[in-house]
Design a protein. Structure first.
Length: 276
């Protein structure tokens, strides 16, 4: 399969790297891009010459979230049962498709990692971030809680509650402190550091590594992670049915940039943050 919205390369032996490649829009996650991404992930998982996969974004950001100019219910890359909650269930299925790959998957995060971009990063096994990265879920200010309710599992109840009640972002350094990410590096060193770690991961035979990976996941699942995240899809759908969300959706359809500016104006962050 040839790709238009992602790049695929092998920067070092046994390392397959996938780059989200819509840098002019901060790599929005349309279903077309997601289809290419999951195809590339599955191809890498099948390839005996690949031991580890790295996922990153081109340009200034990892990903600023889902593509709000497209209909998320059209062109989904795999079938998800229809009806209420189709989209959040589809997103969660994608996360667990990533979890269930046999090859370790590493997220290399810089710049904005927002909304759906955070869901994509958390589907990875290891997350390494630039110190100045901005990680958050601003849609809680005007739409709904996340499709993928991973925040309490990764960062704890208090930090998760603050992020959900404010929509504020955390830096890369804060992401490491609270458990969202493994380590943070200066932006100019991030790529080399991630590849060095990927090389270490690749030294362990894949037939052993897939069991090592599952061993951690099984413990989280025994504590209820998979069931809890799936249950959260219903709350996301409830949020989408509120009057406030419906009003915001109309504003988004009328003028996307103005609607997002209005959402963040009172907080003075994201697109409304003062320059300098």
């Amino acid at each position: 399969m040839s790709y238009e919205l992602i790049l695929v390369d092998e920067p070092r032996p046994k390392i397959r790297r996938i780059t989200l490649n819509r840098p002019d829009k901060r790599n929005p996650l349309s279903n077309a891009l997601r289809g290419e991404l999951f195809d590339a992930l599955e191809q890498a998982d099948r390839d005996d010459n690949v031991a580890v996969i790295v996922l990153r974004g081109a340009g200034t950001s990892f990903s600023a979230g889902y593509d709000l100019k497209t209909d998320v219910h059209q062109g989904q890359p795999w079938h998800t049962a229809g009806g209420l909650g189709n989209w959040p269930r589809h997103v969660v299925e994608g996360c667990f498709r990533m979890w269930d790959l046999s090859k370790p998957l590493i997220a290399q995060v810089h710049g904005y990692c927002l909304a759906g971009g955070t869901a994509l990063a958390t589907g990875c096994d290891l997350v390494y971030v630039a110190e100045a990265a901005q990680i958050g879920y601003p849609p809680v200010r005007s739409m709904s809680p996340p499709d993928n309710q991973f925040y309490p599992w990764l960062v704890g109840m208090r930090r998760a509650m603050e992020m959900m009640l404010t929509g504020d972002s955390i830096s890369g350094l804060e992401a490491v402190e609270c458990g969202f990410a493994n380590r943070a590096f200066p932006a100019e060193k991030l790529e080399d550091e991630v590849l060095a770690i990927a090389e270490r991961v690749a030294r362990i035979p894949p037939d052993i590594q897939q069991i090592n990976k599952r061993a951690v996941h099984r413990q989280m699942e025994a504590m209820g992670l998979r069931a809890g995240i799936r249950a959260g899809t219903e709350l996301q759908q409830m949020g989408m049915l509120t009057q406030s969300t419906q009003a915001h959706m109309q504003e988004l359809r009328a003028d996307l940039n103005s609607a997002l500016t209005k959402r963040d104006q009172g907080f003075g962050d994201y697109r409304t943050k003062a320059k300098g």
